[in-house]
Design a protein around this ligand. Structure first.
Ligand SMILES: Nc1nc2c(c(=O)[nH]1)N[C@H]1C(S)=C(S)[C@@H](COP(=O)(O)OP(=O)(O)OC[C@H]3O[C@@H](n4cnc5c(=O)[nH]c(N)nc54)[C@H](O)[C@@H]3O)O[C@H]1N2
Ligand SMILES: Nc1nc2c(c(=O)[nH]1)N[C@H]1C(S)=C(S)[C@@H](COP(=O)(O)OP(=O)(O)OC[C@H]3O[C@@H](n4cnc5c(=O)[nH]c(N)nc54)[C@H](O)[C@@H]3O)O[C@H]1N2
Ligand code: SF4
Ligand SMILES: [Mo]
Length: 675
């Protein structure tokens, strides 16, 4: 490995932008992280979080060696052990559990702390399939929305974000894009400057994205489908629809016209808190501006009715025929275009028992406390459920079970790791080979090691290779190199867009664009091959077949809707343990409307207790007009600092959304009082 110099890299974080990076290395260490100016989409600009990533990679607090717990669970007392001891302890326990309780007593729990396909869903999947462990439904992030979008459009296919430079109207719908998709904002701002494009933001919180908008539309949580249906009502009644497109490329538009008559602006206004005038204005703006582009965010789909929200909004560009216009249409996620050969990478065929149980990751607490037969061992990697999972007190109670054998593989002693019996140190992505596929732009990127592994840290691939060896799994797939795994994953005849993209090409160019064609004219992978405004499949699955507004579920008799969203300087809970980032973020704030503050007798800056039947939090209040009355918003997944009680997920419901087994982080209710 060469010593000093500047090396190409890719941002490994769970962020749509998937920036190209340049790493400056000196004396074996990364001393600077910058954007790669040659990257076609991200063009040298990166966020502050990752600009400060050097502090994280070189942090003295990083885990250096395997550890064994010496104190009580959650306390954080550990002693150093060797890799040999660690792997022997884990495999001995698992071999015995498989004998006594069967392989389903073991549960992997992971998410996309590192988006590399080999790290997040490669060797690990092969290993747990081969063991026959309980399967995890990885539904914490966007699965409700993806399911809703799929009913309408057939899969995760939107437009090429590079084309949005032509758009004249950008609607950021429930996405805090300044923090979570900064390059889409950069394109929108460029379009605003070049051709007078307008930026509309629809959100429950006037955050930095709302402040940048030409028009910010505040809305009540969980009511967005009603707004979208109100827009449809006006588009039909004022003949702002594209009949030709509807006829050629959609199913059910005549019936939809009838169906949306009930969503008149007055009715919709009462549901959403948006005035009838604004509903008219928005619908007319949308109906008369072309190209128009909707960036569908993750926020509104983290509700009880989240799948239906995305399904509903996804119908809008069809009504106006925007999919035929360059820069017109929508993006929810673009993951479908870069799908690789998962069957070969993940080897589901290694799982012998096809009835192996599947556990929804949003129900982790429930699963650890009540499942029968019980989960007896948990292996956590690339995720920090003690902070990020809903109904956090239940999760921690489950993690604290004395008879649960927990292993955590991470770079840091996270809140979750404190509950582990064995901790394994993980490498950073810059220490490994992996390939990355954005769920927003159309580029595939390669990371090759830039620095040596940190002390005794090992990658996810290495850990599962080691475990497989000691478990006695002798299938050749457990011996493959990263390059071989990548070659297999990219060898995928089912996805024509990947044609010509291989390991050698990626090694030479670092990023390659998939040869994506526009969706229309064309055939979608829905049952009908068209955009399904009416969906027979939804009916079969027990959903209303037309886009519909379904109110949020009851959540106890509490006065406020509580929306704990991500913040600017962390990435989920990543960086919540890095000083640079916590200093930038200062502290979590609870945003409250001034009318509510008067009613509750709370002044700006006061500490308040918010609580419900699941838990409580103490936060500092920010009073103003950034949220509507009845709504409380806070940002950031702060790690548990002793005594601060800032763990927002103690309050969030673990109800499951209407589709895709999704999470409902933003559908909880709370009361508030001054402390
Ligand atoms: N800086 C930063 N970037 C990130 C992340 C991070 O933690 N920090 N996380 C990454 C991950 S994993 C994801 S999934 C994405 C998520 O990024 P986004 O797609 O932006 O989703 P959220 O941030 O969850 O929520 C977006 C917005 O939805 C709003 N919202 C909540 N409920 C409603 C509602 O009912 N209606 C409307 N209209 N708005 C609502 C929230 O106020 C918030 O502004 O970001 C990724 N990027
Ligand atoms: N209240 C509330 N809760 C939420 C959300 C919200 O908006 N509000 N958002 C939800 C969403 S959208 C998501 S996606 C989830 C995300 O939740 P998580 O996936 O748990 O994300 P992080 O908190 O970033 O934790 C990732 C962990 O992976 C570790 N890691 C990084 N790279 C590697 C690696 O190569 N190997 C291993 N073994 N570990 C690694 C990091 O150090 C970090 O501890 O949170 C969800 N929770
Ligand atoms: S977190 Fe997102 S914006 Fe920041 S560097 Fe990574 S990909 Fe780019
Ligand atoms: Mo996410």
């Amino acid at each position: 490995m060469s010593q000093n110099g500047i090396f190409k890299a890719v941002c490994p974080l769970d962020c749509p932008d998937q920036c190209g990076l340049l790493l400056q290395k000196e004396n074996g260490k990364i001393i600077k992280v910058e954007g790669d100016p040659n990257h076609p989409v991200t063009q040298g600009h990166i966020c502050n979080k990752v600009r400060n990533m050097t502090d994280r990679i070189n942090d003295e607090k990083r885990l250096k060696y395997p550890l064994r717990r010496t104190g009580r669970k959650g306390e954080g007392q550990f002693e150093q052990i060797t890799w040999d001891e660690a792997i022997q302890t884990i495999t001995a326990r698992w071999k015995s559990l498989i004998q006594t309780d069967g392989p389903e007593s073991i549960l992997p729990y992971s998410f996309y702390g590192n988006m590399g396909n080999l790290s997040a869903e490669g060797m690990d999947r092969r290993f747990f399939h081969r063991i026959g462990a309980s399967q995890l439904d990885r539904s914490i992030c966007s699965s409700a929305g993806s399911a809703g979008y799929k009913y309408t459009m057939g899969g995760s296919f939107g437009i090429d974000p590079e084309d949005t430079i032509h758009s004249k109207l950008f609607i950021f719908w429930g996405i805090n894009a300044v923090s979570t998709n900064m390059h889409q904002v950069a394109i929108a701002q460029k379009a605003r400057k070049q051709n007078g494009a307008k930026i509309v933001v629809i959100d429950v919180h006037k955050n930095q994205t709302g402040r940048l908008a030409d028009w910010f539309i505040p809305i009540l949580p969980g009511t967005d489908s009603a707004l979208a249906l109100g827009i449809m009502h006006i588009l039909f009644s004022e003949n702002l629809v594209n009949e030709d497109f509807l006829q050629k490329y959609t199913v059910g538009y005549e019936e939809l016209r009838e169906h949306v008559r009930q969503y008149d602006p007055d009715t919709v206004s009462r549901i959403t808190g948006v005035s009838p005038e604004d509903i008219y204005k928005l619908a007319r703006m949308y109906g008369k501006t072309s190209p128009s582009f909707i960036r569908i965010g993750n926020g509104p789909q983290h509700h009880d009715n989240g799948g239906m929200f995305v399904r509903t909004v996804a119908c809008l560009p069809a009504l106006t025929g925007q999919w035929l216009v360059k820069g017109g249409g929508a993006i929810k996620g673009n993951g479908g275009y870069l799908s690789h050969n998962e069957l070969r990478l993940q080897r589901p065929d290694l799982l012998k028992n096809k009835n192996t149980r599947v556990i929804n990751m949003n129900l982790l607490g429930e699963a650890l406390l009540t499942l029968d037969p019980p989960v007896k061992s948990l292996f956590v990697y690339g995720s920090n459920p003690a902070v990020v999972a809903p109904n956090g007190n239940k999760v921690r109670e489950g993690l604290a079970r004395e008879d649960l054998f927990t292993v955590v593989h991470d770079l840091f002693l996270t809140d979750t790791a404190k509950y582990a019996d064995i901790i394994l140190p993980a490498t950073s992505s810059f220490e490994n080979t992996d390939f990355y596929t954005s769920y927003w732009h159309h580029y595939i990127q390669l990371q090759q090691p830039v620095i040596e592994s940190y002390y005794e840290a090992k990658s996810n691939v290495e850990v599962f290779q080691l475990l497989a060896e000691v478990m006695g799994f002798d299938e050749p797939v457990f011996k493959q190199s990263e390059a071989e795994m990548i070659a297999e994953a990219l060898d995928h005849l089912k996805n024509p867009y990947l044609e010509g993209i291989d390991f050698a090409g990626l090694a030479e160019h670092h990023y390659l664009k998939a040869k994506v064609k526009p969706l229309f004219p064309g055939k979608l992978p829905t049952q009908s091959g068209k955009i399904e405004l009416y969906s027979e499949k939804m009916k079969e699955d027990g959903h209303p077949p037309f886009p519909t507004y379904i109110p949020l579920q009851e959540d106890g008799a509490f006065d406020y809707s509580f929306v704990p969203a991500p913040n600017h300087n962390f990435l989920n809970s990543t960086f919540s343990n890095n000083q640079k980032h916590t200093t930038l973020e200062k502290e979590p704030r609870l945003h409250m409307n001034v009318r509510d503050a008067v009613k509750e007798g709370i002044e700006d800056g006061a500490k308040v207790r918010i609580w419900n039947h699941r838990g409580e939090c103490i936060l500092k209040v920010s009073i103003g007009e950034n949220v509507l009355p009845g709504v409380l918003v806070t940002q950031g997944l702060w790690a548990d600092q002793q005594g601060t009680r800032q763990l927002v997920n103690t309050l969030t419901p673990d109800r499951i959304a209407d589709m895709g087994g999704g999470a409902t982080f933003f559908s909880g209710r709370v009361n508030v009082e001054k402390v």
